[in-house]
Design a protein around this ligand. Structure first.
Ligand code: ADP
Ligand code: MG
Length: 696
């Protein structure tokens, strides 16, 4: 068995391998591409491809694939063999620079939202050299972007890379204003904490809802749920422990920094936190992490559920997206500094994030919108659908002091002058955590807690990067053209921005009904409760203008993504509704009828048998069952009718789902769950919540 350092990254064509296997010249040229985004020329690509192929074959690979993230939300790969014919019926293992740089998957069945006319159904994939190639299941995987021949992005990676570029450009302008000539690149770092459930595979296979939709569509509340919170950080069960150990090893081999694993609040819910890394790599790694979690769980007789809300009444799963900005000189721009100068710069970046979140609430919300996440946002364990920023008392007090030009207690009752005063030290105490805030400052990073557990983190980060880039652009425009003293201008800019955007700051309990009222009625914040509502935001002219201005999306790309996401929403809910109707008709109703029939027989038998009298509770139960059977039958017909009546374009269908189908689904669920509570366990047709939640 190898040690962790030996294991770590052993399946990755990383910097260490490159340095060892490439000539100095090729290595430097590739480094330049990676660092500065310079174009790779073919001779370099050929040399890299040769080295990659030799390394991959030595490590057991037989195939290669361009690995990409189409708009379906999962990753795609098409495997090609390295094998190529050689004289005397022999074969060679070969890989060319051309095949490394660009691929042409026949991608006509990936969603494009009309971007690719059918006559040019091909898309192409292009290597993202900033994300290292790796070997997975004997296949060399090359992380790539996926575009149409017209150059439109057909994936989640391309716009993410573009948004990072925009952020870099604007952040550098700000740093130059502070006299920093040294920094060449600013990147967003992301550490996504992944939540998931593990359930027993045998039980999973008995539930069509889990198989078809990834969540339970029925299930009465078990006598014990998460009330005792005895699972949170509790001792990890041996079977789960074995899973986690194997998962860690698999991830380490791929150079993924899996670090902390612990139990979550809900029974059989867990979390895995990686160490943060550059946003595009973090996104690739998160996709891999989800895939490998599912595979490893199967090897242990379990199924990993990544759905945002697999069980009603217990916590759902999210992905806390920890986000910060750092320079290539190793400075975290969201970390309060030691000197007045660093403090002022920190505050400017901090205020830029406030402005970004306030002005682009709609985009942030739509970046996490999905049918699954709608069950979670606003339910009482997840952040509300209203977006606000938690800063903590100390930092809020500092901003208030700046805004009102009043003395700050921590600075000996003097007024804070940016650029002149040292800020008080912020407490990074973790006890001061607000777990109900959708967007919380946690000392040197922001934690965006609305991302769904099954979603790619790309969309959320595209929107954060874009919004912050825009805020920085406006700041840079103003400071660059301002006359007079830089410190005074800076101070005024921060003061004004705090005043303008303080409505987005909220340090209280985000689950509180009173907050939702205050947020929407007094502060005018958006409360976009559902995916169809949230998605409308992307069509607003000011949002389109911003995304286009920074080159993150073209108008056509925005339109196509809008369609694809809504289509996905409609399809997801439709499948759920059909699955419900199917389970109700073919499993639940027959079970109830059988139970009722058996009870009726026993009543009949009791009548004849002398001297046993018919039992009152038999009769009562039969009556209850009869009326529930009718109610279920009616609710099923109503739901089926509702689905059939779905009509119009995708927007109309999505709103119809929001207004009608979801209600019909919950009505059906209500009567079925009630029936479960009075049906003998041996008659119930599939594993219950109790079985699933406590079955591992
Ligand atoms: P905390 O307990 O303060 O939230 P942790 O160290 O437990 O911090 O980290 C939680 C997650 O946040 C981890 O995935 C971690 O990698 C990530 N993270 C920590 N620092 C940063 C940062 N500067 N930028 C982005 N993510 C970060
Ligand atoms: Mg956290």
């Amino acid at each position: 068995m190898s040690t962790v350092p030996e294991l770590f990254g052993s399946m990755v064509f990383d910097d260490k391998v490159m340095r060892a296997r490439l000539s100095a010249e090729v290595y430097e040229s590739l480094r330049d591409t990676i660092r500065k985004g310079k174009k790779l020329d073919l001779s370099v690509a050929n040399a890299v491809a040769d080295a990659m192929c030799a390394w991959a074959v030595e490590n057991g690979a037989t195939h290669f694939t361009h690995w990409f993230q189409p708009l379906t939300g999962i990753t795609a790969e098409k495997h090609d063999g390295f094998i190529s014919p050689a004289p005397d019926s022999h074969v060679l293992m070969k890989f060319s620079g051309k095949a490394l740089i660009q691929g042409e998957p026949d991608a006509s069945s990936f969603p494009s939202g009309g971007l690719r006319a059918t006559f040019e159904a091909r898309g192409y994939t292009a290597w993202d050299p900033t994300s290292y190639a790796f070997i997975k299941e004997k296949t060399l995987c090359i992380p790539t972007a996926f575009c149409s021949y017209g150059g439109e992005a057909l994936d989640k990676k391309t716009p993410l890379l573009r948004s990072m570029e925009a952020l870099n450009t604007q952040a550098l302008r700000i740093l130059r204003l502070f006299g920093n000539a040294e920094v060449q690149r600013v990147v967003p770092n992301v550490g996504p904490e992944q939540e998931y459930f593990l359930i027993d595979r045998e039980m999973y296979l008995k539930r069509k809802d889990l198989i078809y939709t990834g969540r339970t569509l029925f299930g009465a509340k078990p006598p014990k749920g998460q009330e005792l919170e005895d699972h949170y950080f509790g001792a990890i069960k041996p079977r789960v422990k074995a899973f986690m150990e194997e998962l860690d090893e698999e991830l380490w081999k791929l150079g993924i920094y899996a670090k902390t694993e612990h139990n979550e609040v809900a029974p059989c819910q867990h979390e895995l936190a990686p160490i943060f890394t550059v946003a595009n790599v973090a996104s690739d790694h998160n996709q891999l992490m989800m895939e490998i979690m599912k595979k490893v769980a199967l090897r242990h007789g379990m199924v990993c559920l990544l759905h945002e809300k697999p069980f009603a009444g217990v916590n759902g799963s999210g992905k806390h997206n920890n986000w910060s900005l750092s320079t290539d000189t190793g400075v975290n721009l969201l970390s309060p500094g030691e000197t007045p100068y660093e403090n002022a710069q920190f505050l400017l970046f901090l205020v830029a994030v406030l402005k970004a979140v306030d002005e682009y609430q709609g985009l942030l919300r739509l970046g996490v919108a999905s049918a699954g996440n709608d069950h979670r946002l606003g339910a009482n364990e997840a952040p509300p659908a209203v977006i606000s920023v938690f800063l903590g008392d100390e930092l809020s007090a500092v901003l208030r002091a700046i805004e009102t030009e009043s003395p700050y207690a921590g600075t000996e009752k003097r007024r804070l002058r940016l650029g002149a005063d040292v800020l008080p030290r912020f407490n990074r105490d973790t006890t001061d955590r607000n777990r109900t805030s959708p967007f919380a400052f946690t000392g040197n990073k922001f934690e965006f807690r609305m991302v769904g557990s099954s979603d790619s983190i790309s969309c959320a980060n595209i929107m954060i990067n874009a919004a912050v880039a825009e805020a920085l652009r406006q700041f840079a425009d103003r400071l660059e053209s301002a006359e007079g003293d830089f410190d005074a201008n800076l101070h005024e800019l921060i003061r004004e921005s705090v005043s303008k955007h303080k409505r987005i700051v909220f340090n209280g309990n985000g689950y509180d009904e009173a907050w939702i009222r205050e947020a929407t009625e007094q502060r005018g914040l958006k409360n976009l409760r559902t995916t169809p509502d949230a998605l409308q935001m992307v069509l607003h002219p000011e949002n389109v203008e911003m995304l286009v201005r920074h080159g993150i999306f073209s108008e056509a790309e925005i339109r196509s993504r809008y369609e694809i996401t809504l289509e996905n929403y409609v399809r997801t809910v439709r499948i759920e509704a059909l699955t419900m109707a199917d389970m109700a008709r073919r499993e639940i109703l027959p079970a109830l009828m059988r139970y009722r029939g058996d009870l009726a027989l026993s009543v009949g038998a009791a009548k004849q048998a002398v001297p046993v009298l018919p039992c009152r509770s038999d009769v009562k139960r039969i009556t209850q069952l009869s009326s529930l059977i009718d109610a279920i039958d009616e609710a099923t017909d109503a739901l089926a009718g509702c689905i059939e009546a779905m009509d119009g374009d995708v927007t109309a269908q999505a709103f119809y789902i929001r207004d009608r189908v979801l209600d019909a689904m919950s009505a059906l669920r209500g009567v079925c769950d009630e029936a479960e509570t009075i049906t003998a366990a041996s008659y119930w047709p599939f594993p219950t919540y109790g079985d699933l939640l406590f079955g591992v």
